[in-house]
Design a protein around this ligand. Structure first.
Ligand SMILES: Nc1nc2c(ncn2[C@@H]2O[C@H](COP(=O)(O)OP(=O)(O)OP(=O)(O)O)[C@@H](O)[C@H]2O)c(=O)[nH]1
Ligand SMILES: [Zn+2]
Length: 196
């Protein structure tokens, strides 16, 4: 087991008061979070979001992607149900890191799409690893999830490691003129299900 639970506290947000649980990844020293609300360990499937860190979108209001809008929509959906969990995974830039994402953005400014930019830098299109999710979910006794995502590969990655994804819920929000090409590339090259 590479990820270990460290501590929990309350986290009041604009949408309600979440329970924040901190985890430490022993392999790469990354610090991951779950924000949960309600009795998620009761055995009923849990409304869940596995969100990959995007500093520019989540914290800096970037319109280059849809991450910030998806993060807000997921937290609101969980608060509306009064029960759910958001895993916040520190795999910035689809796993290549913030500084490499800036390099990828520069290549995109020069005409590359999000996949081509990663490849020109010597990375795969998507370097993320969801291997820690099961242990994090098990800590809260979550066995079945209703997953908010447009990414079927994320569903498969979780299923492959033994997380029971009983339902996939589209999470389409935050479209704007600046991210139109980005979203089209996700649908065309990365298999994201858009337009539902
Ligand atoms: N390398 C790279 N990473 C990006 C870029 N734009 C966003 N990201 C990162 O992509 C991750 C989010 O992944 P997305 O492909 O937008 O969405 P997803 O998580 O696969 O799918 P959803 O669950 O539907 O949101 C975050 O880690 C972002 O930092 C980009 O142009 N290049
Ligand atoms: Zn983003």
């Amino acid at each position: 087991m590479t990820v270990s639970y460290v501590e929990s506290s309350k986290l009041p947000t604009a949408w309600g008061v979440f329970d924040m649980h901190g985890f430490e990844d022993g392999v790469n020293d990354k610090e991951h979070l779950i924000l949960s609300m309600g009795d998620v360990g009761s055995g009923e499937p849990v409304l869940a979001r596995v969100h990959s860190e995007c500093l520019t979108g989540d914290a800096l209001f970037s319109l280059r992607c849809d991450c910030g809008s998806q993060l807000q929509a997921a937290l609101k959906a969980i608060a509306d149900e009064g029960r759910g969990a958001l895993l916040y995974l520190r795999q910035e830039g689809r796993g290549i890191g913030l500084l490499n994402k800036i390099k990828a953005y520069k290549l995109q400014d020069q005409g590359a799409d999000t996949v081509e930019a990663n490849e020109q830098l010597g990375f795969g299109a998507d370097m993320r690893d969801y291997g820690i999710c099961k242990v994090m979910l098990e800590h809260l006794n979550i066995k079945q999830v209703r997953l908010m995502t447009n990414n079927p590969r994320k569903v498969k990655a979780l299923t492959d490691q033994g997380v029971d994804v009983v339902e996939r819920l589209p999470l389409q929000t935050g479209q704007n003129p600046h991210n139109a090409k980005y979203l089209a590339t996700k649908a065309g090259k990365l298999g994201h299900l858009m337009g539902e």
